[in-house]
Design a protein around this ligand. Structure first.
Ligand code: B12
Length: 482
C-alpha cells in the first residue's frame, strides 16, 4: 500500500506494525497528515481500529480514515468502525484501488460526492447486517453439542508419540525447508491470482509472474547460502483428554491436575441432523473413555535477523527487495509449519509409512490437522497463551507474544496438532450468547473481554444483549498453565 501510494507521488509516513493509537494520532497531527490509514492482519487489529476511530473523533480529527488488510472487510468497516467517526471511513480492498480513493478524497471537487456515496453504501451494509442477524436462528449450545462429530471411541486406539514434552529445533536448516514451500500464496502477495506453476501460463500476467519467481529464487538462494535468516522451531506432545468442549492437557501419564486447558468453540449453525456441529475437542478422546490420547503443539519462525536484511534494502531505497524478503520469510514460515508437521507425524507413529508428494502435502493429504489459533476452527487468539506456555516458546524459539496476541518476529506460525483420522478443518462461524457465556465461565475470563476477542464470531450485539438485561460476569483473569 505504502509503495503504491509513494510511486504515485504521495508522501507516506509508515509507522510500522503494532503501533499504539496515541502515537498514530500524535504523528498525524504533528506531520499534518491529510489521511490516516490503518492495516489489520488478524482479528485483534479490528477492535484496535474501532478504538483508533473513536479516539480520532474524541480528539476532533477531520481527515478521512482508510481501512485495509487481510482481516478487514467492507461490512466490518461499515458496522463497527464508521459509526464511531464522523469524517469518511473508507475500506480499501487492495492497494491498487488506494490511489483512486486517495485522489478523490484529496480533490475538492470529487470529495463530497465520493464521501456521500461511501456513506450511502455503508448505511446499506449496516441495514443488511441487521437483517441477516435476525434471519436464521442458530442452534442452542446444548443442541449443537448433541450434534457433535460422531467418533466411535470404543474401537479406537490413540497412537502414542515417541516422546512427550517439547523438542527444540534450533536452527532449522533452511535448505531442509525450501522444498516444502507452497508458491501459490507468494503470488497473491503481488496481487497475482492463480496456482503455481500454472500461473506462468496466464495470458495477462504469466510473464511477469515468471520474472518475479526467478527474482525470488535468486534471493532465496542467497538467504539459504549466506544464512541471512535464522529459522527456529519447537514442537511437542502432551497427554490430553477432552472434557466437554475443553481439552485438558496433563503433565504426565497419571493424567491428574491439568497443566492447562485448550478451550474450543463449537459451530452452532443448523446444518441438519446429518452434518455435525464441530468443535476441535471432538477429535480428542473424552476423559470418560479412559483412552490415553495426546495433543500436539508447535511454533515456528523464519523471521530472526530479518531486520538486518530489510535495513539493507531500505537503505538502498529498494522497496521491491524489502517486500520480496518479507514474502519469502512468510513462505518459509509456512513451509516450516509443513516440514515440522511431517516430523511430528513420524514421531507420533502414524506418519512413518507416509509417501507423499509435494502436491499431496499442499493438499494436506495426510492424517491429522494443525489448526492455528486465529484460524477459523479456533478463532480465539488468546488460546496462544496456552501453546506458548506448554512449549515455552519465548525461550525455545525466541518468538514473542504481544499483548494483542500477535507474534513477533512477524514470520511466525503456531498451532495445535490433532491426530485422529476424522479430524478436519472447519469454520466455527457465528456463535450465540449461550455459548459465549459458557465459554467465558470455562475460561475464567470476563464476558466483555471474551466478546471483544470473539467479536467477528458473535451472532449478537453485546451492547444490545446487555441492555436487554443479559447475564454478566465478574472479571477473573485466566491462568492458562497452572
Ligand atoms: C501471508 C499470511 C501469513 C504470513 C505472514 C503474515 C504477515 N505478513 O505478517 C504468516 C505465514 C507468517 C502468517 C501467520 C499468521 N497468520 Co496469517 N495469513 C496470511 C494470508 C495467507 C495472506 C495475508 C497477506 O499477507 N496477504 C498479502 C497482502 C499483500 O494482502 P493484504 O494483507 O490483504 O493487504 C492488501 C490489502 O488488504 C490492502 N491493504 C492492507 N493494509 C492496508 C492498509 C490501508 C490503509 C489500505 C488502504 C489498504 C491496505 O493492500 C494490500 C495489498 O493489496 C492470510 C489469508 C488471506 N488470504 O488473506 C492469512 C491470515 C491473515 N492469517 C491469519 C492468522 C490467524 C495467522 C496467525 C495468527 C496463525 C497462527 N496462529 O500462527 C499467524 C499470525 C502471525 C503473527 N505474526 O502474529 C488469519 C487471520 C484471521 C483472523 N481473523 O485473525 C488469516 C486471514 C487466514 C484465515 N483465513 O484465517 N500469516
Amino acid at each position: 500500500m505504502g509503495v503504491v501510494l509513494a510511486c504515485n507521488n504521495y508522501e507516506v509516513i509508515d509507522l510500522g506494525v503494532m503501533v499504539p493509537s496515541d502515537r498514530i494520532l500524535k504523528t498525524a497531527r504533528e506531520r499534518g497528515a491529510d489521511i490516516v490509514g490503518l492495516s489489520g492482519l488478524i482479528t485483534p487489529s479490528l477492535e484496535e481500529m474501532v478504538h483508533v476511530a473513536r479516539e480520532m473523533q474524541r480528539e476532533g480529527f477531520e481527515v478521512p480514515l482508510l481501512i485495509g488488510g487481510a482481516t478487514t472487510s467492507r461490512a466490518h468497516t461499515a458496522v463497527k468502525i464508521a459509526p464511531g467517526y464522523g469524517p469518511p471511513v473508507v475500506h480499501v480492498l487492495d492497494a491498487s484501488r488506494a490511489v483512486g480513493v486517495v485522489s478523490q478524497l484529496k480533490s475538492a471537487e470529487l470529495r463530497g460526492a465520493f464521501a456521500a456515496e461511501n456513506r450511502r453504501e455503508q448505511e446499506r451494509l449496516r441495514r443488511e447486517h441487521q437483517a441477516r442477524r435476525s434471519e436464521k436462528p442458530l442452534l442452542s449450545l446444548q443442541e449443537a453439542r448433541r450434534r457433535r462429530t460422531k467418533i466411535d471411541w470404543a474401537s479406537y486406539a490413540p497412537p502414542r508419540p515417541s516422546f512427550t514434552g517439547a523438542r527444540v529445533l534450533d536452527p532449522v536448516p533452511l535448505e531442509e525447508v525450501v522444498p516444502f514451500i507452497d508458491w501459490s500464496p507468494f503470488f497473491h502477495t503481488w496481487e497475482m491470482k492463480g496456482t503455481y506453476p500454472r500461473i506462468f501460463e496466464n495470458p495477462e500476467w504469466g510473464a511477469r509472474a515468471r520474472e518475479l519467481f526467478e527474482d525470488a529464487q535468486r534471493l532465496l538462494r542467497r538467504i539459504v547460502d549466506e544464512r541471512l535468516l535464522v529459522a527456529r522451531a519447537v514442537y511437542g506432545f502432551f497427554p490430553a483428554n477432552a472434557v466437554g468442549d475443553d481439552i485438558e492437557v496433563y503433565p504426565d501419564e497419571s493424567r491428574q491436575g491439568p497443566l492447562g486447558t485448550l478451550h474450543t468453540l463449537r459451530q452452532q449453525a443448523d446444518k441438519g441432523e446429518e452434518e455435525p456441529d464441530q468443535a476441535l475437542a471432538d477429535f480428542v478422546a473424552p476423559r470418560e473413555t479412559g483412552l490415553t490420547d495426546y495433543l500436539g503443539a508447535f511454533a515456528v519462525t523464519s523471521g530472526h535477523r530479518i531486520e538486518v536484511l530489510l535495513e539493507r534494502f531500505e537503505r538502498d531505497h529498494d522497496d521491491y527487495g524489502a517486500i520480496m524478503t518479507k514474502a519469502l520469510a512468510d513462505r518459509l514460515a509456512e513451509a516450516m509449519a509443513e516440514r515440522v508437521h511431517q516430523r511430528a507425524r513420524v514421531d507420533w507413529g502414524y506418519g512413518r509409512a507416509e509417501e507423499l508428494s509435494h502436491d499431496d502435502l499442499i493438499r494436506e493429504r495426510y492424517r491429522g490437522i494443525r489448526p492455528a489459533p486465529g484460524y477459523p476452527a479456533c478463532p480465539d487468539h488468546t488460546e496462544k497463551r496456552l501453546l506458548f506456555d506448554l512449549l515455552q516458546v519465548e525461550e525455545t524459539a525466541g518468538i514473542r507474544l504481544t499483548e494483542t496476541f500477535a507474534m513477533y518476529p512477524a514470520s511466525s506460525v503456531s498451532g495445535f496438532y490433532f491426530s485422529h483420522p476424522q479430524a478436519r478443518y472447519f469454520a466455527v462461524g457465528k456463535i450465540e450468547r449461550d455459548q459465549v457465556l459458557d465459554y467465558q465461565r470455562r475460561k475464567g475470563m470476563d464476558l466483555r473481554s471474551v466478546e471483544r476477542w470473539l467479536a467477528p464470531n458473535l451472532n449478537y450485539e453485546p451492547e444490545e444483549a446487555e441492555a436487554a438485561g443479559g447475564e454478566g460476569s465478574e472479571a477473573k483473569p485466566a491462568a492458562a498453565v497452572r
